[in-house]
Write a protein that binds this ligand. Sequence first.
Ligand code: SF4
Length: 287
Amino acid sequence: MRSTLSGIPAAPSLERLSLEQVNLSASSLALLDHCPRLFRYVYLERLIWPAASVFEHELEQRRGRQFHRLVEWHSRGRQVEPRLSALDEVVQQWWQVFLASSHAHPQGRVLAELPLWQRIEGFKLIARLDRLVIIPGSLHILDWKTERQRPRDEQLAQDWQVRLYPLLLCEAAQQLPLEGPFEPEQVQLTFWYVQHPQQPFHRYYSAAAYEQDLAHLRATLNHLRQLEAQDFPMTPHTERCNSCLFRSRCHGLLPEGIPSQDLTDWVWPMQEPATPADPIADTYWEQ
Ligand code: SF4
């Protein structure tokens, strides 16, 4: 086992993937914008720090996963209530907020956790829609948000999810169980914030928006090829490195605010194991 400059032991890595082997999602494109080197570590070298579980955001992510799973099961007509008492109190509160919203009783055909994918410029682009509601003349994408802060509309307009989801829905139309073709003008997207239920974010799509998003995506993918030729350089925005978990790899320094004993390089588990200890895991629910 080798050591980093800071003396932190590092585990052997998995074989590095090529760009063609990576599924590009809104998250991966956002990470690429943040730092190309970080994109390489996470998506090509598949590295992660297991110590991330000690951070507060891990708890928030777990709550978010549980809430998404509750809504998915509700959408599929499964009984949710018998499982609620085993869940985090915060998630139970969120569930009551959801039940009080119009989303608990959607009109039209509901597809939950709908996967989409399409090859563009030689890359595989993927998305998973939390919900798609189909009614004649309308395709409504819904995405559930559990974060504390609701970003400003101007920030959200630049979000990769906001741009990629409607675009991929139009691109991957043949994968959908639709009756006949549809126009981009029929597509809309809503981010619904369970902690801010009265402040959803809406985007109404159009042919012009589709062309603009496609051009932006193509430019990003071409830029990705250039970054590959440079082996994914480190971000010039060095302030982003201060709290980065890979700071020791890039700069030989510990990330700020994290005890050194909690830091260990590790290989990203490709699939999170579902254990009976997780009351929302599929295996548990199907018992
Ligand atoms: S330490 Fe800085 S350059 Fe290195 S991966 Fe993190 S953000 Fe990128």
